[in-house]
Design a protein around this ligand. Structure first.
Ligand SMILES: Cc1cc2nc3c(=O)[nH]c(=O)nc-3n(C[C@H](O)[C@H](O)[C@H](O)COP(=O)(O)OP(=O)(O)OC[C@H]3O[C@@H](n4cnc5c(N)ncnc54)[C@H](O)[C@@H]3O)c2cc1C
Ligand code: SF4
Length: 333
């Protein structure tokens, strides 16, 4: 069934009618934003829904970018291309523009929304192919075909013995690095929380976010600061466009006049189960000079504790080098 709504309240009322769902991704009612993830997955039958609630009628209210002295607020229905091409985003928050410019293809960026991008589901091939029975994310308790199977693109950070799927999106790394806050409307009203808390861990792969069924992301607020201008995204992938990261890093830096790092934010991507922030690596680099050696060591700290499964044995080294290169790239801005 297809329903179209014109206000956030109508969207929430429609979708919140579902009780007992395991969070929004397993709800029989799904929002339709750009449709570039959910329609794809409905066709593959790896994600099912009884009803699609089209939220594009909310674009008048939740489809614009607002700039203030405190930061930048993106409505959740802003399209990827709209944010990527915004002059203030490119000038003051380059890491956000770069993640979007390197995501998917122009056609997908023209349709896909920021809210939908954050909530896109894994590209794990066993999740996408229903001929494989073993997938704890799709069928809780069935096992994980990727452990012992083909896992070159799978995560090495934040994984469990139940799921090693990689979080595929690019934008979330930039937004997590910049301490973005998520604003939502649900059946209990409005709430805000840090984006880094949105996605849950690999212990229960079938539950992916802290959102309640029917809870709508309305906006994303990114606070401004000296670090936002010196920020960049490095994405390593098998081909130069239309491809997900095998390793990436969003970084933001604040440097003293003598080159000492006074503030640093590091969010490795393509390597972790959920959008990831490398807190220990940041703590290591803060107060040190940004030399090639210190950057390399920071990369190694960021990937410490990585767990590999055979085909992805290269990921910790690749991830460490990606973080180090992104830091040196930011230092030159
Ligand atoms: C071939 C291909 C290549 C791609 N490459 C990349 C890439 O390199 N990097 C990258 O980051 N992405 C990539 N993508 C993913 C793409 O960016 C996402 O499909 C897209 O951003 C999802 O946004 P959407 O608006 O279309 O979401 P939809 O498909 O409409 O929705 C996805 C999910 O989000 C939920 N949802 C949407 N909006 C809201 C909201 N406001 N509040 C609550 N829930 C909501 C929906 O209910 C649904 O569960 C690629 C996709 C394809 C098909
Ligand atoms: S890695 Fe996760 S999504 Fe992939 S098969 Fe295993 S349980 Fe399913």
């Amino acid at each position: 069934m297809y329903t179209r709504v014109d206000t956030a309240e109508q969207a929430v009322a429609r979708a919140a009618a579902v009780d007992g769902a395991l969070g929004p991704t397993n709800s029989p009612i799904q929002f339709l934003a750009g449709g570039t993830n959910i329609v794809d997955y409905l066709k593959l039958s790896c994600w099912t829904a009884d009803e699609l609630v089209d939220i594009n009628g909310l674009r008048d209210v939740h489809g614009s970018v607002e700039v203030t002295a405190e930061g930048i607020r993106f409505g959740s229905l802003v399209r990827l291309h709209q944010a990527a091409d915004h002059p203030v985003v490119g000038r003051d928050y380059p890491v956000i523009a770069e993640t979007l410019q390197r995501a998917a293809s122009q056609q997908i960026r023209n349709m896909a929304t920021l809210g939908g991008n954050l909530l896109q589901r894994t590209r794990c091939s066993y999740f996408r192919d229903v001929d494989y029975d073993e997938c704890n994310k799709r069928r809780p308790g069935s096992g994980c075909a990727a452990i012992g199977g083909k896992n070159r693109m799978h995560a090495v950070l934040g994984v469990s013995d139940r799921c090693i799927a990689s979080y595929p999106g690019d934008l979330a790394q930039a937004l997590v690095a910049l301490d973005t806050r998520v604003e939502t409307l649900g059946r209990d009203g409005v709430r805000t929380f840090p984006l880094r808390d949105l996605h849950t861990g690999a212990d229960r792969p079938e539950v992916e976010t802290i959102l309640a069924p029917g809870e709508l992301i309305t906006a994303l607020f990114v606070p401004s600061g000296p670090h936002t201008r010196r920020s960049t995204y490095l994405k390593v992938r098998d081909r130069e466009s239309y491809e997900f990261a095998i390793a990436s890093a969003a970084v933001a830096l604040d440097l003293a006049g003598d080159g000492t790092v006074t503030d640093v934010r590091i969010a490795p991507g393509g390597l972790a189960y959920r959008p990831w922030r490398a807190d220990a690596a940041e703590a290591f680099l803060r107060g040190r000079a940004l030399t090639t050696d210190n950057a390399a060591q920071t990369g190694r700290v960021a990937l410490a504790g990585a767990v590999t499964h055979g085909d992805n044995n290269h990921s910790p080294e690749l991830g460490a080098r990606t973080v180090a290169r992104a830091l040196m790239q930011a230092a030159e801005m």
